[in-house]
Unconditional design. Structure first.
Length: 176
């Protein structure tokens, strides 16, 4: 007997071809989409890792010239890099201390005391967390440049420290 005659005798019929395709799509479409999204997000990172082993002829690193380990064996040999790393670590340490102290005080004030602008302050605390970092940085730079016309407030380490404290303080307030 044929498969069709057998299915007619048992009372069950095979599902139509479109239903089988639909079940396969339902089962694997999300998996395939997720895999493609992960590949799309990780491909630039993989290319950056690959080009970290490139030996460029000049300063630009756009064309593969050859394999080298010299940048991995001597990571601080690039001119100016040790000073930049040291300055970044100092900036991170100082901004963490200041943001932790100020954020803890702000959080305690918001929780323990009733004052007129408490709800507005509580809402504004989340604003730096919701704003993209590039927008926050560009707006702070614009503000510091406009204020920088006065000789008492030039762009220097202090302005960068203020910007980092302002960005970090929201995370401390929400956590505390």
């Amino acid at each position: 007997m044929t498969a069709r005659a057998t299915s007619l005798e048992t009372g069950r019929s095979r599902p139509p071809r479109t239903a089988r395709v639909q079940r396969l799509a339902d089962r694997y479409l999300l998996l395939v989409y997720t895999g493609l999204a992960v590949i799309y997000l990780l491909l630039p990172v993989a290319i950056m890792i690959l080009f970290s082993f490139n030996d460029p002829a000049g300063k630009s690193n756009f064309v593969w010239q050859g394999f080298t380990l010299k940048y991995w064996l001597h990571p601080l040999a690039v001119n100016g890099l040790p000073e930049a790393v040291g300055l970044s670590l100092i900036l991170a340490f100082l901004s963490t201390l200041a943001a932790t102290a100020l954020g803890t005080l702000i959080a305690l004030a918001l929780v323990r005391y009733e004052f007129r602008w408490r709800s507005a302050t509580n809402s504004l605390i989340f604003l730096p967390m919701a704003t993209p970092e590039i927008v926050l940085g560009a707006s702070l730079l614009t503000m510091f440049v406009s204020i920088g016309a006065a000789p008492f407030f030039p762009l220097w380490f202090g302005t960068i420290l203020i910007a980092h404290i302002m960005f970090n303080i929201s995370f401390v307030v929400v956590t505390v």
